[in-house]
Structures are given as C-alpha cells and as structure tokens.
Design a protein around this ligand. Structure first.
Ligand code: DGY
Length: 312
C-alpha cells in the first residue's frame, strides 16, 4: 500500500510509516508543488498532510486510489471536503487535543493587547524605559471584569469561556445553533459585537463564515474594543480591520491571516494597537505531539479501511 506525506516529518515517524507502507516523503520546507502533489496523489491510498497544503479539486481529481486524507490540524478549510467525500475519501483531523492550547493562547492575546505587553517588552529592550515607574506609563485595559463576546461555541469557545470565568468576565456568545452553557449569555451576533469589550473568534472557516466579521460588523464594535482571532484569518474582512486599526478605533490580537505567512508588505506590520503572532495557537510540545499521533492513527486506519479515530 502506498502513502504520501506532504511535509517534513521526524525520522521515527518516517521509520514507522516506512515499515507499514511504500512511502513518498516531501522533505523540503518549501511547499510541495501542485504538479508533484497531483502526481503523488494519483498513486497513493493515503496522504498525511497539513493546512499549508491545499487539497482542492485540481489536486484530488486524479486521486483514484485515495482512501484517506489525514490532516495534522483540526481545521479542514484547506481541503475540498465535499469533493473528497463525493469520491469516498475519508477525512481525518485532530479535534480535541488542541482545545486547551488554543484557548490559552486566546487568553494570552487578550492580555497582550489589553495590557500592551509587546509594547512594554520592546520599550525595555531598546532602552527606551528611561524614567522608571510613571503613573501613566503604558496604561491599558483590564481583562478582569470586562465583557467578552465569543463567536462560535464549539470546544475551543467553551474552553475560553471557562478561563474567562476566572477573570470575573461577563461572557456573551453567538453560535450558529443555539446552546445552553452555564455562565454564558447567548445573543445575536450584532448585539454581541456592539456590547463586548473584547470579541474572540472560535468558529471554523466555511462558506458561511468567510468574512463573517465584515466592515459593517466591525463598525458595530465599541471604540477601543479588541478583536482576537485564533481561528482563521478569512473569517474577518482584513482590509476593513486594518482601516479600523490604522484609525486607532479598534485593537486586535491576531494569530491567523487570510494569507500565511503574512506577506512582508502587509499593512498589519505597521499598524498600532495590535499584537501579531505566526499561527501558533496549538504550538506546544504536548499538543503538537498529540495532534501528530492522532493524524498518524487516522492515516493508518484509513489506509486499512478501518474507522478513523477522528473522522470529519
Ligand atoms: C488547526 O489545527 O486547524 C490549527 O489552526 C493549527 O493547529
């Protein structure tokens, strides 16, 4: 049985897979070219991949032996899911194991933006902290006691809500299908946007959520409110967000962007009031190991025609 791996993986994992399958490994940090990917997919029964490798119709159309796509991510917006399913290709992903790490990072961004942590760090490092303690140095806003609006109340949204309870926050939420969660007030999206001091996005990127937070919705947010995005960049109209940041009306903590890596000429680099991270929501040793193990298990089961540990 043949499999392909579209990104560099550690030697022990290569050895394990090589014992089981005839493997093609993409070894370079440069993404696999579309032509090579399509050629490999036309030969294999399983593919281990991740979110930097788009598996669209063009990539999948010739994949006539493919039984399983196993992605090392919970998000599957890089895969044409409907098309894959129409070809009876199972899709494995990694839900659950990255919930806590991503929720932790969302809280970290709330604190980083509200308390101006990156500005403070930069000031000390460049020797610009010259006057000692000052009553008005780097004044920020509290997470404690604030109203936080969570957009999307799947496992990560719920994990963020739990953490916010410890900060004494009022937690309001919007979810596509209504839910009842202790300590969380559900409301419509526009009310959430206009009431929250901090809005944090925890919804998957789908056709329905693409640019869900558009220019009009951003304009509903309170002056100086903070937008946190650890989900997917394309959920937000980034141009409209950049305008709000440039104007100094909103603040933001961003871990994800519609184009990744963030292009060097992106306007975000020079905008005030925002903290920018390089898509590291799940980036802890423990979580990445768990994601990888789950994805390997999904791959192996899928190639053998067995049920996956986590199938979409
Ligand atoms: C995911 O898994 O979808 C995250 O964005 C990366 O860990």
């Amino acid at each position: 049985m043949k499999i392909a791996v579209t990104f560099p993986i550690p030697e022990p994992a290569k050895a394990l897979l090589s014992d089981l399958f005839d493997c093609r490994f993409w070894e370079s940090e440069v993404p696999i070219p579309a032509g090579t990917l399509a050629e490999w997919l036309s030969e294999v029964e399983g593919v281990l991949t991740t979110l930097t490798c788009p598996l669209d119709q063009a990539a999948l159309s010739g994949a006539s032996h493919l039984k399983v796509i196993s992605t090392v991510s919970v998000g599957v917006d890089h895969i044409d899911v409907d098309y894959a399913k129409s070809k009876n290709i199972a899709i494995g992903h990694t839900p659950g194991v990255l919930t806590d790490s991503t929720a932790d990072l969302a809280i970290g961004l709330m604190l980083a933006v509200g308390r101006r942590l990156a500005e403070g760090d930069a000031m000390v490092r460049k020797g610009a902290w010259s006057d000692g303690w000052k009553p008005n140095l780097l004044l920020g806003t509290d997470l404690s006691q604030s109203t936080v609006g969570l957009v999307g109340m799947g496992p990560i949204g719920q994990a963020v809500a739990k953490r916010l309870a410890g900060f004494g926050c009022r937690v309001i939420a919007w979810n596509r299908s209504p839910k009842e969660i202790a300590g969380v007030e559900f409301t419509d999206l526009n009310t959430l946007l206009s009431s929250a001091d901090i809005v944090s996005l925890h919804t998957a990127l789908t056709d329905e959520t693409r640019e869900l937070i558009d220019r009009d919705r951003l304009s509903l947010m309170k002056d100086q409110a903070i937008l946190i995005n650890t989900a997917r960049g394309a959920i937000v109209d980034e141009r409209a967000l950049a305008d709000e940041l440039a104007f100094g009306r909103l603040r933001a903590g961003l871990d994800v962007y519609s184009e990744e890596p963030l292009p060097l000429d992106s306007v975000f680099h020079s905008l005030p009031g925002c903290v920018l991270l390089p898509h590291v929501g799940s980036a802890t040793e423990r979580t990445r190991r768990a994601m990888f193990e789950m994805a390997l298990a999904n791959l192996i089961s899928g190639v053998r025609g067995e049920p996956l540990q986590a199938e979409l």
